[in-house]
Ligand binder design. Sequence first.
Ligand SMILES: O=C(CO)[C@H](O)[C@H](O)COP(=O)(O)O
Length: 298
Amino acid sequence: MDITIIGLGKMGMGIAENLLSHHHQVAGFDIDPSVAERLTKLGGIYYSDIEQLKKRDKQQIIWLMLPAGDLTNQMVENILSLLDAGDIVIDAGNAHYQDSKNNYERCQAKGIHFLDVGTSGGVAGAQKGACMMVGGDKEIFDQLEPVFADLCVEKGVIYSGPAGSGHYLKMIHNGIEYGMMQSIGEGFNLLHHSPYAYEMSEVAQVFNHGSVIRSWLMELTENIYRERVDMQEIAGVIPSSGEGKWTVEEALRLNVNLPVITQSLMTRFASEDYDKISEKLVALLRNQFGGHDFIKGE
Ligand SMILES: O=C(CO)[C@H](O)[C@H](O)COP(=O)(O)O
């Protein structure tokens, strides 16, 4: 099929590569023109101007791979005026599901189809075989099913239901990802403090062979230890892009218990809090009431 990708960062370029390797025609636009060379080398066509979308006289399939939020929503708004009824917009970024429901409605109002696609598998997955969770109209999913089959690993694609359901599923997926990563981090931290001199890469390797906790994250853990990364040189700060927070917000909205994922999110926030006023205040309070020592900062 003929697909235009908007957003040729790591994920968008990976999708372009994957599509081209499956003999689809790919055009692409990105505000950074330096990506043009890579896309053309892969066999795609680079659009230097979004207005080039106007030129088609057949159904267009637009694949958005942009940062979630304003950038994606604004791009949907921008391209609506360039597209015709019957065209298809796919948002395969990490949008909030409510944004996707709104974007679906905005497209529908102009007779344009919209699919929200939660994409997992990282950069390697985008290039070689991803996992995709697709929300929107079933007949549009059915039309594009061969494309999803090409992009995904076997059994790695699901039609998840109406608009928003793809990104909703990806949101929960990422919440689970937070909890799993936090659990691995904590377990290995305890091993570092243990009385035994474990070889951590060997531990990760054995955890990955036949054990209950074998997983891609554990494979990545093994890679990290095999690379002999000096942990002293890594700041213990974990940024987050939003999906974990949205997962916690959804649990609060639905009054659903979510302790592990919530704590994983809070641990990220704590890691980013350089001032640590809460800990400092607690130390000062116990000094005030009990005369307990506190440690002065540098
Ligand atoms: O979608 C992903 C993997 O499934 C991304 O890697 C994810 O967006 C990273 O999220 P965060 O920055 O919150 O850790």
